[in-house]
Design a protein around this ligand. Structure first.
Ligand code: F6P
Length: 325
């Protein structure tokens, strides 16, 4: 019996611990593990290798993904999916663990419909934007990178009586910005999911500055860089002109995707992968996604994951309400 693992879409910390656990656990189950390199592109091009212990030795603490990733347009075409299937057949692989986001799961679901390859999707994206799961691999590490950066920017902002606007990633989802604002002690949090009132925020900030506030930390989600929201640049302008405080912007960018995986992400990687392998070995499951809710793991269908847009928990949004008024 042969199972393969691949990483697809945006990489994140926690993928390497997942790959290591995949290989080590398969060996304990007398199953030959395979590594598919370069995501769906590598699957099409036959970049597949039988894994050895050596391939995964010493990768537990490393960010990114040793087997690399890609975003594939070719996989939308049947002809390339067929080529990918023929590659798997050469190695007798009929089961795949794929780490990625919902786009990658949809791609493999189509692959399953075409050729019957069983797979389990492990939610892995710093955006934490997959419906049906409270947690996606990599989020804790990304949050800790943001926390470290925000703490550092606060040091210099407070030394200069400045405001800082820190932009986080997350695509359309404000989760990273929201949790960072709550846990880093920000004064302002602008995310697509929360209505905000700039006038009222402005009055509050002016009042606090008059009472002795020395600096201001604002956290903005990259999803706000569109017409209906206040972008990072607009916020900087507003702080300088309307509030009258010198302001600097820090766009954190891809630094949020790297770094050593935290203990939590290493543990989550281990659990996500172990339960996925157990499931693949015990059932003919078709296509399924492993999700994590209220401290429990469960398997759900791709249709379920795709049925709605991810929504941030109301109680978390509630915690940040004082930062939007
Ligand atoms: O989905 C992960 C993510 O890092 C998003 O937060 C961001 O919008 C996007 O990927 C960036 O993509 P790329 O690495 O292709 O620039």
């Amino acid at each position: 019996m042969s199972i393969a693992i691949m990483t697809s879409g945006g990489d994140c910390a926690g993928m390497n611990p997942a790959i290591k656990q995949f290989v080590d656990y398969c060996f304990t189950k007398d199953v030959q593990p395979y590594l598919i390199y370069d995501g769906l592109e590598g699957l099409i091009d036959g970049d597949i290798k039988a894994a050895t212990y050596e391939d995964v030795a010493g990768i537990m603490h490393e960010g990114g993904t040793k087997i690399r990733s890609s975003r594939s347009k070719r996989f939308f075409e049947y002809e390339y999916r067929k080529q990918a299937f023929e590659n798997l057949q050469k190695y007798g692989i009929d089961k795949i663990v794929i780490l990625g986001g919902d786009g990658s799961f949809r791609a493999l679901n189509q692959f399953h419909k075409d050729f019957g390859v069983n797979f389990i999707g492990v939610p892995a994206t710093i955006d934490n934007d997959i419906f049906g799961t409270e947690y996606c691999l990599g989020v804790d590490t990304a949050l800790n990178i943001i926390r470290q950066a925000t703490d550092a920017v606060r040091d210099t902002s407070s030394s200069f009586k400045r405001a800082c606007v820190i932009e986080t990633m997350g695509r359309d989802c404000g989760y990273l910005a929201l949790v960072s604002a709550i846990t880093c002690g920000a004064e302002v949090c602008i995310i697509p999911e929360l209505d905000y009132d700039l006038e009222s925020i402005g009055n509050r900030l002016k009042d606090e500055l008059e009472k002795g506030r020395k600096y201001i930390v604002c956290i903005v989600a990259e999803g706000c860089n569109h017409d209906k929201c206040t972008s990072t640049n607009q916020l900087v302008q507003w702080l300088e002109t309307d509030i009258g405080i010198e302001t600097r912007a820090t766009i954190l960018g891809h630094v949020q995707r790297g770094g050593n995986p935290t203990v939590f992400d290493r543990l989550m990687a281990s659990e996500f992968v172990t339960y996925s392998i157990d499931k693949l070995l015990s059932d003919h499951i078709g296509g399924s996604v492993i999700v994590y809710n209220r401290s429990e793991f469960q398997f759900v269908t791709i249709e379920h994951v795709n049925s709605q847009k991810y929504k941030i928990r109301d109680d978390l949004l509630e915690l940040a309400k004082r930062l939007v008024n």
